[in-house]
Design a protein around this ligand. Sequence first.
Ligand code: URA
Length: 218
Amino acid sequence: MATKATKAPEDAYTAAPFVPEHADLAALREAAGECRGCPLHRDATQTVFGAGNTHARVMLVGEQPGDQEDRQGRPFVGPAGKLLDRALAEAGIDPGEAYVTNAVKHFKFTRAEPRKRRIHKAPTLREMTACGPWLAAELALVEPELIVVLGATAGKALFGSSFRVTQVRGTVLEEEIHGRPERIVPTVHPSAVLRAEDREAAYQGLLSDLKVAARALS
Ligand code: URA
């Protein structure tokens, strides 16, 4: 009798078995390249692990790599990253001194038609939870003084589905993240600024939140 292939339940998604113990960031990055903890690796070009200063005082956490990041293998190298770098510098945070990563390390997308442009699709809470062990390992190694959470999806990945970025943006939160007491400043995602009708007002809002982060670091 033919046996039916069984699909792992989504609850079983986790990166945990792929995360090496006692690894430095280089070893973590290499191991993340082999992660099969959830199905997102299947369609993405590559894993996009965090990048930047290992001794960074500030860690920025986005949602997931975009199209450019998926192709280049580095976080925030596309239009949203360029806007973020500009806002960081203007707020007084040197982007070159920060560590930048994402809650989810693979690009999730749909295509309206075959060979058409890849359209970003938000990860599910299960996919974000599955990827959590990578972020936990990054936090344990970098030990940032402050985390800047970029947007609602990254916020939900860290705080759960009740997170509302509009309610807490631009404030310094003190919360336990992956078992560590952390200080966090949430703000909007730079892509939301690029999509906003009044882009200048949205940019000024992002800048004002990042200035709160800069003050919290001083
Ligand atoms: N958006 C993100 O959240 N992360 C990236 O790396 C790029 C775009």
